[in-house]
Design a binder for this molecule. Structure first.
Ligand SMILES: Cc1cc2nc3c(=O)[nH]c(=O)nc-3n(C[C@H](O)[C@H](O)[C@H](O)COP(=O)(O)OP(=O)(O)OC[C@H]3O[C@@H](n4cnc5c(N)ncnc54)[C@H](O)[C@@H]3O)c2cc1C
Length: 441
């Protein structure tokens, strides 16, 4: 499906204008709008809203609400209709990235470089809107925005920022983030990829090694690869430009036949003495600080995103349960066992969203810690997966049909619980912070 240019243009100014206003008014919540009372008329009891039970919207600024609505409209109207076929075909339509770029959804928290410059909460709301459709679309966007653009913004030289960020913001250049290796996943500090001085090309390094399970790698234009710098033995970040790699030095084969995240592309990165200009190395950051800083931003986004996927599971199951009749013509939604499944999932989605919102506010104040992000990434992914699996039961045999959408979310949510630190690894991070004792040795 092609997005009509005119329709995109209707959405674009909203997001970009909103971003500008939000700088001035970001800290002003809209709580003051609610429930004015007078002496004569008692305030009406507010109605319970199952889609936002604890009224998280009340904690958002007007600007954040507008951004969220823009993102939701795009996602529901434009990418939802494409996802079923994309998932069946194991295909990612690259045009989606350009559409997101047009709307200002990419690298949205970055100031300048044609990025929208919105709050962390607004970027979380965007992420949630995208993942309500599919975790694969959110993954492709998160890798682009948080892992690669975020890394360049945080650690890149001015030349690297000027060269890559504006084109990535528009979706004209697609990024991939290469940290995981075939033999080193949860323990990336043991990576084997290495950067040595190039034997013949002055001003170049020679990069060798293999990365696996890399989102976007088969079609990425710029690959942020983490490797050990031979001179110091420390991990450094390298921007590998596909168009500049001589034949045979860079291969990015796709990993096919996945049973989750099929609407995003995943592959390997093989580097065989690939010449990389020294100017493409991040200048200062060394060790795991580089990749872990990028991962913090992406994990924060995942914590929001999976709440979108869970909310979609809740909405689908609720509709199904209200329509499906069993035993004397009763909708199955009338039975308490079904209601409990919806109550549990709705409670977890609500708590998870509020926790992500709180961490987002702290992030914008410079008060968020990596452990907070581990906590919300772990908890929200675990609860989203567990509840989605339970809600799948509401559909009976129809859960097995991909047209009901629930199985796709369940398969995707397993991946979200696994990547960017499997949940048990985040338990270790939290356990270390709570006890002061290191479990990783
Ligand atoms: C679809 C998909 C997309 C991905 N995209 C990217 C990407 O773009 N970039 C990238 O770099 N990576 C990516 N990954 C890789 C992902 O981050 C890793 O799969 C993840 O970090 C886990 O590593 P592993 O698969 O090697 O598992 P392992 O590290 O082998 O872990 C296997 C199991 O052992 C457990 N375990 C390991 N060590 C311990 C311990 N000390 N104590 C207790 N339990 C332990 C883990 O919790 C896990 O349950 C992606 C993965 C998938 C599936």
């Amino acid at each position: 499906m092609q997005l009509e240019a005119t329709e995109l243009n209707m959405l674009r100014p909203l997001l970009r204008n909103v971003a500008k206003q939000s700088v001035a008014t970001a800290a002003r919540p809209v709580a003051s709008r609610g429930f004015a009372t007078s002496a004569s008329a008692p305030a009406p009891t507010p109605a319970f809203n199952w889609e936002d039970p604890l009224n998280a919207r009340n904690l958002l600024t007007e600007e954040e609400i507008s951004i969220s609505e823009t993102a939701e409209a795009y996602c529901q109207e434009r990418i939802l209709p494409r996802v079923l076929q994309a998932y069946r075909d194991e295909n990612y339509d690259r045009q989606i990235l350009e559409e997101m770029g047009e709307l200002g959804l990419l690298g949205a928290t970055i100031q300048g470089y044609d990025c929208a410059g919105v709050s962390s909460v607004a970027s979380g709301l965007i992420t949630k809107a995208v993942e309500r459709v599919d975790s694969g679309y959110r993954s492709a966007m998160s890798v682009q925005s948080a892992l690669v653009m975020g890394g360049i913004e945080e650690f890149g030289t001015q030349e690297q920022k000027d060269k890559f960020l504006p084109k990535m913001a528009k979706g004209k250049l697609l990024g991939a983030f290469g940290l995981t290796e075939p033999n080193h996943g949860s323990d990336p500090g043991s990576m084997e990829a290495i950067a040595k001085p190039h034997p013949t090309k002055k001003g170049y390094l020679s990069l060798s090694g293999s990365k696996t399970w890399i989102t976007n790698s088969p079609i990425a234009d710029v690959l942020l690869v983490w490797a050990k710098y031979q001179e110091t033995g420390k991990i450094r970040g390298f921007l590998v430009e596909r168009s500049e790699c001589p034949p045979g030095t860079l291969e990015t084969p796709a990993i096919k036949d996945k049973n989750g995240l099929r609407a995003s592309l995943t592959g390997m990165i093989h580097l065989d003495e690939c010449p990389i200009p020294e100017a493409n190395m991040f200048p200062d950051v060394e060790g795991l600080t580089g990749p872990f800083t990028c991962l913090n931003g992406a994990r924060y986004g995942i914590a929001w995103g999976v709440m979108g996927a869970l909310e979609d599971c809740i909405a689908r199951s609720r509709t199904y349960a209200l329509e499906r009749k069993q035993f004397k013509g009763n909708p199955i939604a009338k039975y308490q066992l079904v209601q409990k499944k919806l109550a549990d999932a709705t409670t977890d989605a609500t708590y998870g969203t509020l926790a992500a919102l709180q961490v987002g506010r702290l992030k914008d104040q410079g008060k968020a810690t990596p452990e907070m992000i581990s906590m919300i990434k772990r908890q929200n992914c675990d609860r989203a997966l567990s509840n989605a699996r339970t809600l799948q039961e509401v559909f009976g045999g129809n859960a097995v049909s991909d047209e009901y959408g629930i199985g796709r979310h369940v398969a995707n949510l397993f991946v979200t619980q696994t990547y960017e630190g499997q949940s048990d690894i985040h338990s270790l991070i939290l356990g270390r912070a709570i006890t002061g004792l290191q479990a990783f040795v």
